[in-house]
Write a protein that binds this ligand. Structure first.
Ligand SMILES: Cc1cc2nc3c(=O)[nH]c(=O)nc-3n(C[C@H](O)[C@H](O)[C@H](O)COP(=O)(O)OP(=O)(O)OC[C@H]3O[C@@H](n4cnc5c(N)ncnc54)[C@H](O)[C@@H]3O)c2cc1C
Length: 471
């Protein structure tokens, strides 16, 4: 591969003194091996890795604090590392520095079942958290396709298939502990359901992509396991009809738990990868949560809407094992799509538009994709107005990268014109920096920059991400 990530920034010096001090404090939890650094200097984007100088595996807030203080003393960048599943170049050490791996900070600190909250360390993964909650009758609903860490999910303001009903990390993080660039430890929020006490620093850190501090504890909302759950799939003759069904479902206020769009090419990929036999047509996956009666009522209404829009038969997955198979297949869609073209990489788009503009946006996008020589399956959390095109490129062909970026620009600019966003859930990282100004305007991005300058005056925290240091 040869696809350096923009922009090319100068690496900063990494003093041996700092390495000696880290080694004396953390012993063999400091690694400078090529393999470990390479693992931490990449993500799931198409960009070539850019390696940190060292990786330190932290075990508690005090350790994070002491790593940050040492790095601050030597002016060395710090890149928090969760599970490495981000998609936009978030983890690339564009100026070198120390990657703080938080995977060993993976404890559940307290479950407050009566208040429906849990406090965790950042390295716990979403699946491990739900495993720990198994006997409580509660669950944590946010489910990106990867088994991401709760810290990484907070830092990218992630969501997933359940967001249409349960919200994103923005709605579900109640408070957090963070180590700032100068080593101070702050706590934001409380376990109270609401608060008007001052600036909302929790929301500032949620989505900050490691650029403001290292999150070391997080309190999130939990939900009771629904009494009844049922799932269904339905195929449609066209994208427009599938999307219209979703729009009408949302506009009628049906409290649907999940509604995912999978285009015919993505269905083919999923069938092959997960050994399913779905009809290879544009398809919606639905899930309904509630009481037995509530679920039946929601399902009937949506079934009628689908039928009016040309939906070809609802197939129900009522047994838990059938539902898991369906949703596991959906969660594996990214890797299934990669297998459509062995050896390829995906440039993944992530636009999100107001639901009223979704049909128009998807249909116009489909026309762009049809005119392109690249395979471009589409999947989407369409209940939120969010969809992803996986543009499959041969990473050794510059003309394919150029074509993928051309498509990405078209799609993003259309979404912005429709009052939408360049990224519904993956974040900005390196790849979407230019779009941020287009979306928000220079003054708004300058306001973000002023916050960064105030909290991290030496640009130590994950430098070179979200926006440039200087206007
Ligand atoms: C197959 C696949 C499917 C995906 N599906 C979805 C999806 O449906 N929805 C979605 O939202 N995303 C999705 N993603 C993207 C990715 O899973 C999310 O962005 C996720 O939130 C990243 O979590 P992570 O633990 O892997 O973080 P990492 O990739 O390790 O880090 C992501 C960013 O957060 C920062 N960070 C990590 N931990 C901390 C911390 N404790 N404190 C401060 N900053 C921190 C890092 O510095 C980096 O900037 C998908 C990715 C893949 C590969």
């Amino acid at each position: 591969m040869n696809h350096p990530a923009p922009p090319a920034l100068a690496r900063r010096p990494f003093p041996t003194d700092l390495l000696d001090k880290l080694r004396s404090a953390f012993g063999d939890r400091v690694s400078t091996s090529e393999a470990v650094r390479a693992h931490h200097g990449r993500d799931e984007s198409r960009f070539d890795p850019q390696l940190p100088d060292a990786v330190v595996f932290a075990q508690n807030t005090e350790e994070v604090q002491s790593i940050v203080k040492l790095c601050a003393q030597y002016g060395v960048p710090i890149i928090p590392y969760g599970n490495g599943s981000s998609l936009e170049g978030h983890l690339l050490a564009v100026q070198g520095g120390v990657s703080i791996d938080l995977s060993q900070m993976n404890r559940v600190l307290s479950i407050n079942a009566e208040d429906l909250t849990v406090t965790v360390e950042p390295g716990i993964s979403r699946k491990a958290l739900n495993e720990a909650l198994r006997d409580t009758g509660l669950f944590f609903p946010i489910d990106p396709g990867a088994d991401a860490s709760i810290g990484g999910m907070s830092a990218t303001r992630a969501s997933g298939t359940n967001a249409v009903r349960y919200g994103t990390m923005r709605e579900n993080v109640l408070g957090l502990t963070a180590v700032l660039a100068d080593g101070r430890v702050i706590k934001t929020g409380t376990r109270a359901r609401k608060s008007s006490a001052g600036y909302d620093l929790t929301r500032l850190f949620v989505g900050s992509e490691g650029t403001l501090g290292v999150i070391t504890e997080i309190t999130v909302r939990l939900y009771p396991q629904p009494e009844a759950v049922s799932a269904a799939v339905c195929a449609f003759p066209s994208m427009a009809e599938a999307v219209r069904t979703v729009i009408e479902t949302i506009q009628m206020g049906v409290p649907i738990a999940r509604v995912e769009f999978i285009d015919s090419l993505a269905v083919r990929a999923i069938n092959r990868h997960s050994n399913l036999t779905l009809r290879e047509k544009h398809t919606l996956f639905f899930e309904f949560h509630g009481t037995e009666a509530g679920v039946a009522e929601q399902a009937q209404l949506v079934q009628e809407l689908a039928a009016q829009n040309g939906g070809e038969g609802f197939e129900w997955a009522t047994r838990p094992e059938d539902r898991s198979r369906l949703w596991n297949a959906r969660h594996s869609a990214y890797f299934a799509m990669l297998q459509l073209r062995p050896g390829c990489r995906a440039v993944t788009t992530d636009v999100c538009v107001p639901i009223s503009r979704l049909a128009e946006c998807v249909v116009e996008t489909e026309a762009d994709l049809k005119a392109s020589p690249l395979p471009c399956p589409i999947v989407g959390h369409v209940g939120d107005g969010n969809f992803h095109v996986a543009i499959l490129i041969d990473p050794d062909k510059p003309e394919e990268i150029e074509e993928a970026e051309r498509l990405n620009h078209l799609i993003v600019q259309r979404a912005i014109r429709m009052d939408g966003t360049c990224t519904g859930e993956h974040g900005v990282g390196l790849h979407k920096m230019d779009f941020l100004v287009e979306e928000h305007g220079a003054d708004t991005v300058d306001t973000m920059r002023a916050i960064k300058h105030a909290l991290d005056p030496h640009n130590l925290m994950n430098p070179g991400k979200i926006f440039s240091w200087a206007a």
